[in-house]
Ligand binder design. Structure first.
Ligand code: SF4
Length: 394
């Protein structure tokens, strides 16, 4: 039974609506805090990467009083849980208090669906309008577009936001049926994201458009998730796809389902990185017969080890994109190598080290001025989270 509790104090509201907003991902996993700027321990302030600093997002739902009953969701109507709603003036004022005190750098606003998606989106829009017009707030706003909202509302939200996102959740209708049977993948989710992308093509948002996929709730494979992400990057020009590992919640039909292991979420981010930044095609990545990415190896190393015909690559001749395929060489070190080669040949592993190459990892795949430096001792396995640095802008 849904009830709206308006009598609780604002901190209590923020705690509940901030905590449930955590299921919306808007930054990479394991993002470190920037030195000397630890965000306060509030349930509604989340660190995200903004440029090369830690960006503190005031992340909150307008309401968690949902009329929907998605099987995995904390806000589902049938779950016994306190229901809270912010009125737009109250939420805008609260955000401004935190912003003016220098406690947050931007807003992430989402909502459950109450009295239909249009009505809920209107409430969010009202909050954002108050911020932009009454308080003349010019800072960062990431607004969630709700599934099935009218195109006019999408346009109005779009005009006032720095980033707009709409969660697709799964790779298609067959999977959506297993976790959100009342939603229509094509009509409510994909068509909404396509509309946002259409507007973005003419008037690009400063922080682009994004979506989120839930991992491990509906039986989808990594291959399907990565293929969908690639399509979204290529065709809808999304800035980012976020992967949110499924966590079973008490009081939901999926409460006894296994949670998504963190390594799976991390491998998806690595594979996503390769298709988005390194020009890998999804079909080049290694998946097992059940469509899973390897658990114990990062996807770039897995690809390199199975493409010995490609290697060793001569560092002084390889193109920028060829260098990007070498384990231990990333975007920054590729650029530096190309730049350094203009003045003289690179002859020593020490020189590569200075350019940011992880030589131990790269040496089995390269030659330096015709010389192969690879030592036979293999590099010890590294922790999953150390295998690819994912610090990026939100
Ligand atoms: S509509 Fe959204 S908020 Fe409501 S139950 Fe489904 S996923 Fe949760």
């Amino acid at each position: 039974m849904v009830y709206i509790n308006k009598s609780k104090d604002q901190l209590y509201k923020l705690k509940i609506l901030g905590e449930t907003a955590r299921f919306d991902v808007c930054g990479n996993p394991s993002i470190p805090s920037s030195p000397g700027r630890h965000p306060p321990r509030h349930h509604f302030i989340y660190p995200a990467a903004g440029g090369n600093r830690c960006f503190r997002l005031f992340k909150v739902l307008q309401t968690n009083a949902c009329e929907g009953n998605c099987f995995y969701c904390a806000n589902r109507q049938a779950r016994d849980f306190p229901r809270i709603t912010f009125v737009p003036t109250e939420l805008a004022r609260l955000f401004m208090e935190y912003y003016r005190k220098g406690l947050v750098d931007g807003l992430f606003l989402s909502s459950a669906i109450s009295k239909g998606p249009d009505q809920s989106q209107e409430e969010m829009l009202r909050t954002v309008e108050i911020l932009r017009h009454r308080y003349r707030y010019r800072g960062y706003i990431h607004t969630k577009s709700l599934p099935g909202v009218h195109k006019d509302l999408i346009k109005r939200i779009y005009r006032l936001s720095d980033r707009v996102s709409l969660n697709l959740e799964v790779p298609g209708q067959e999977y959506l049926r297993k976790i959100s049977p009342s939603k229509d993948f094509q009509k409510e989710l994909l068509s909404g994201l396509t509309e946002i992308s259409r507007i973005n093509r003419h008037h690009p948002l400063p922080s682009g458009i994004t979506t989120q996929l839930v991992v491990g709730a509906a039986g989808e494979t990594d291959r399907e998730l990565i293929k969908l992400s690639d399509k979204l990057y290529q065709e809808l020009k999304l800035r980012r796809v976020y992967y949110s590992g499924f966590t079973p919640l008490k009081g939901t039909p999926l409460e006894n389902k296994r949670s998504c292991p963190s390594w799976r979420e991390f491998r998806l981010y690595q594979a996503d990185f390769l298709i988005r930044k390194y020009r890998f095609r999804p079909e080049e990545l290694l998946f097992d017969e059940e469509g899973r990415l390897p658990q114990n190896q990062d996807p770039k190393l897995a690809w390199a080890e199975r493409h010995q015909d490609w290697f060793p690559l001569e560092i002084n001749k390889a193109s920028y994109w060829e260098l990007m395929r070498v384990p231990g060489i990333g975007e920054v070190s590729s650029k530096r190598i190309v730049e350094a080669r203009k003045s003289s040949k690179i002859k020593e592993p020490e020189q590569l080290k200075k350019l940011g190459v992880v030589v131990k990892r790269a040496e089995g795949f390269i030659t330096l001025n015709g010389k192969y430096y690879h030592k036979s001792k293999p590099e010890p396995p590294r922790k999953v989270e150390e295998q690819l640095f994912l610090w990026e802008g939100i």
